[in-house]
Design a protein. Structure first.
Length: 297
């Protein structure tokens, strides 16, 4: 399988590593000296400077900066192969809708948390009713600073939590209220309350928190199930009326490798990966509306 990779930055180099581990030949589009060096060191079988120079690819993975996603995905679609783009689909709801409309059958979004073993266990708990009726979902994704210069933390962090809600609750929740910290149009803290129909979703994302935290709590009638950290390999269950929590092991491969495995399998005729272009566009629209609630005068 030949899978083109557009950009070989810090995250792109990990994508290259995993695609090669999956047995793919990977031509890489790279321009900067650092990106070219990463691609060469990572084992790219070819390095080109323009997406139009890719040839003979079965699929394309886009790992460029968020602000360039729409333009790059449109160029990738010219190859008429499936495209796997890093989250979010883009940073503009109108552009996202256009991509979903014109390339939706071939575009998928890399929402890695939908492949996380702990998130999959929480989804199983929610759907099976093991802890009774689901009342709500609480997610927190905070740290100090971020590595992205082209967009603020709402575009970097919020897509993760909305995709987690999609996987656990079965739909993308819709904004009800939001507030946060914004300076000159840049939002560094967002608190949102969203409606997922039969349940609610409360999310917190921030690049101004003194401590790093990634947590997910599923609140049900008969208890709470929690994934306390992103690297945890277990879910903790707290049952109403019991003083002792339970731990449920959640073995499995790392989410990035799992989602790339799903994409490569799809290129070989397998089922579509999770997070369609339409779901990705819906998430972009929700983020835009949450941002509007924070930035409203």
């Amino acid at each position: 399988m030949v899978v083109g990779l557009v950009s070989c930055g810090r995250w792109g180099s990990l994508i290259l590593r995993d695609l090669i581990a999956l047995g793919c030949d990977v031509p890489v589009v790279a321009r900067s000296e650092r990106s070219v060096a990463r691609a060469r060191e990572g084992g790219a079988n070819e390095i080109v400077t323009d997406i139009g120079d890719l040839s003979g690819v079965d699929g394309i993975v886009v790992a460029t900066t968020t602000s360039t996603h729409a333009e790059v995905v449109e160029a990738a679609l010219e190859h008429r192969v499936p495209v796997f783009v890093e989250k979010p689909l883009c940073a503009d709801a109108a552009q996202a809708d256009r991509l979903a409309q014109f390339g939706g059958e071939r575009i998928f979004v890399m929402d890695k948390w939908r492949y996380h073993p702990g998130v999959l266990e929480l989804a199983s708990i929610a759907r099976s009713g093991r802890l009774g009726r689901v009342h709500g979902l609480v997610t927190m994704r905070v740290a100090w600073g971020q590595h992205h210069d082209d967009v603020d933390s709402t575009w970097v962090l919020t897509p993760h939590d909305l995709s987690i809600a999609l996987e656990i609750l079965g739909r993308v929740p819709q904004p009800v209220a939001a507030f946060g910290l914004a300076v000159d149009g840049e939002i560094s803290l967002l608190e949102g309350l969203l409606d997922a129909g039969s349940a609610w979703h409360a999310l917190t994302v921030s690049s101004r928190a003194p401590e790093r935290r990634r947590s997910i709590e599923l609140l049900c009638a008969d208890g709470t199930a929690s994934l306390a950290a992103g690297w945890d390999t277990y879910v903790t269950i707290f049952r109403t009326g019991s003083a002792e929590p339970e731990q449920v092991a959640t073995p499995g491969e790392l989410p990035l490798l799992a989602e790339l495995r799903a994409f490569v399998a799809h290129l070989g005729g397998g089922p579509r990966p999770k997070s369609s272009a339409r779901e990705g566009a819906e998430i972009v629209g929700v983020i835009e509306r949450l941002r509007g609630l924070v930035l409203a005068p």
